[in-house]
Ligand binder design. Structure first.
Ligand SMILES: Nc1nc2c(ncn2[C@@H]2O[C@H](COP(=O)(O)OP(=O)(O)OP(=O)(O)O)[C@@H](O)[C@H]2O)c(=O)[nH]1
Ligand SMILES: C[S@@+](CC[C@H](N)C(=O)[O-])C[C@H]1O[C@@H](n2cnc3c(N)ncnc32)[C@H](O)[C@@H]1O
Ligand code: SF4
Ligand code: SF4
Length: 327
């Protein structure tokens, strides 16, 4: 059995596949300048192309696929995509990251199609603040999706909130209270600098260590992580059903356990979220007979994966925003 590995002793069993780079929200940290999509851009990957892609990556040892974007729920064929990905022998987990705007009524179908985990982005528990951060008035719909996901008992359910110094940190206790009786994990992501969000970053960045110091003082305990764990350090507390977590890309060694590769919505392999360049795989996604060429291309390209990002040096690579590469 092949396992994809790089020169930095890291293994890759997790693929993040962007289904679209288009989004209907305008989160200030992500798309502060709106979307500037190239009118000449290639079409989105089709369902057959996605199937060939996943079959190829499974042959390289990938077991988990996260569907993301842009906003993946904008794809009208989302349920079919989940079903197709889940049906590939060797795929153990199919996850979705979404802003939740139109998710509530589709969740049961997604679960029936094979969705095993959902990460919902929710930057505030207050409707007005939510709108100020995301540019969307769909707070109630997102909350309804979250409550529906809890009711459906999706095997893994997490909430992502970007940590913002003035826009949500002052209301941190709202989130902590939220997990008292709900069995979900709320993860705070350190705001990352992109080419588009310079001013927002200067104003809103706050180190995750501010939160963890408070949590430790309040009796939250770090949960032991294994080497294959995702980027979040989670904390639990005997008086709370849910968990809290931090995703801290600015902390040392964050990239040491990188376990993920990305493919864009137009079929390009992106080795690092904050890297440069991408490698077009689409020519090898047209027919199952091209499998060996696809595998060879991915393995060769992987040798270019760098040890990590250079965000601490304010170098975001060529990443304009995370909507383009799927976060
Ligand atoms: N710098 C960096 N940030 C990442 C990476 N992966 C995830 N993040 C950040 O963490 C956020 C949350 O990621 P999710 O889409 O919830 O996925 P995840 O944390 O890998 O989820 P799990 O599958 O639950 O481990 C992303 O949107 C990014 O902001 C990564 O490889 N590098
Ligand atoms: C790019 S979005 C794509 C999926 C979907 N639109 C959503 O928001 O969940 C994935 C995640 O990236 C996070 N994100 C976007 N830009 C970010 C930034 N500059 N720093 C940290 N996280 C960011 C969002 O909060 C979201 O949780
Ligand atoms: S974070 Fe997600 S929801 Fe917000 S603008 Fe970016 S892609 Fe859209
Ligand atoms: S920044 Fe790049 S190397 Fe670091 S964890 Fe993310 S994708 Fe991996």
């Amino acid at each position: 059995m092949i396992v994809l590995a790089d020169h930095h002793d890291r293994q890759f069993r997790y693929l993040r596949l962007s289904l679209t780079d288009v989004c209907n929200f305008r989160c200030g940290y992500c798309l502060p300048k709106g979307q500037q999509l190239d009118p000449q851009r290639p079409a989105l990957l089709t369902l057959p192309e996605i199937r060939h892609l996943i079959e190829g990556f499974v042959a390289l040892g990938i077991e988990k696929v996260r569907l993301t974007g842009g906003e993946p729920t904008l794809r009208s064929d989302l349920v079919d995509i989940v079903r197709a990905v889940a049906a590939v022998p060797g795929i153990r987990r199919v996850a979705l990251t979404s802003n939740g705007w139109n998710l509530r009524d589709r969740l049961a179908d997604l679960q029936a199609a094979g969705l095993t985990q959902l990460n919902l982005s929710l930057d505030s528990l207050d409707a007005a603040r939510f709108q100020a951060i995301t540019g969307s008035s769909r707070f109630e719909a997102v909350m309804a999706a979250l409550e529906q996901a809890i009711a459906l008992r999706l095997p893994i359910l997490k909430v992502n909130a970007v940590l913002l110094k003035t826009l949500n940190y002052p209301q941190l206790s709202d989130f902590v209270e939220f997990v008292r009786d709900r069995p979900i994990s709320i993860r705070f992501i350190e705001l990352m600098q992109t080419l588009d969000n310079h001013d927002y970053f200067q104003q809103e960045f706050l180190s995750g260590s501010v939160l963890t110091e408070q949590w430790l003082a309040q009796g939250w305990q770090p949960i032991k992580r294994d080497r294959t764990a995702g980027p979040a350090q989670e904390y639990c507390h005997p008086n709370y059903q849910g968990k809290l977590g931090i995703i801290a890309p600015y902390s040392p060694n964050f990239c040491q356990n990188c376990n993920r590769l990305r493919v864009t919505s137009r079929g390009a392999l992106r080795l690092c979220l904050f890297g440069t360049g991408e490698f077009d795989l689409r020519p090898w996604l047209q027919h199952p007979d091209q499998r060996s060429q696809l595998l060879e291309q991915v393995q060769q390209t992987l040798s270019f994966k760098t040890a990590g990002h250079q965000l601490a040096e304010a170098n975001s690579g060529d990443t304009r925003n995370l909507a383009t590469y799927g976060g």
